[in-house]
Design a protein around this ligand. Structure first.
Ligand code: FES
Length: 147
């Protein structure tokens, strides 16, 4: 049994310890805001926070995060009021939208560490991929959220 906390709720998984966190979230918890893109740690569509740090959940085995606090896009705010979510709405960032939950989670963690980023900081700090190429709006939204 693997125990940790998801969006403030304690959970216990009777799954093999090598189960990727992404599958525990999506298949066992029905938290489908966290997306499967590449499954190889490259795209960031599966980004969640583990103890406040952005992590690619396809690359994290549940057996390795016993006792941690996981936050998914569903737990970032209950009503979309997180400053990054508000900035995403104001800048109308998404095109297809598939990568955007992971992008928002990456941006939220990034801004905690880098509250006043430059454009170069954003370029270096946000490595998630968007096949629609919404990068200019992502950059504007991050700068807006930074205030
Ligand atoms: Fe995890 Fe692409 S699905 S990084």
């Amino acid at each position: 049994m693997t125990r940790f906390t998801i969006n403030g709720n304690p959970v216990a998984f009777d799954l093999p310890p090598e189960t990727p966190l992404l599958w525990a979230l999506r298949d066992a918890m029905n938290l489908t805001g966290t997306k499967f893109g590449c499954g190889a740690g490259l795209c960031g569509a599966c980004t969640v926070h583990i103890d406040g740090q952005a992590q690619r959940s396809c690359q994290v085995n549940i057996g390795d995060i016993e006792g941690t606090f996981v936050t998914t896009i569903e737990g970032l705010s209950r009503d979309g009021s997180h400053p990054v979510q508000q900035a995403w709405i104001a800048e109308q960032v998404p095109q297809c939208g598939y990568c955007q939950p992971g992008m928002i989670m990456a941006a939220a963690a990034f801004l905690k560490d880098t509250p006043k980023p430059t454009e170069d900081d954003i370029k270096a700090g946000i490595t998630n991929l968007c096949r629609c190429g919404t990068y200019p709006r992502i950059k504007k939204a991050i700068l807006r959220a930074a205030g």
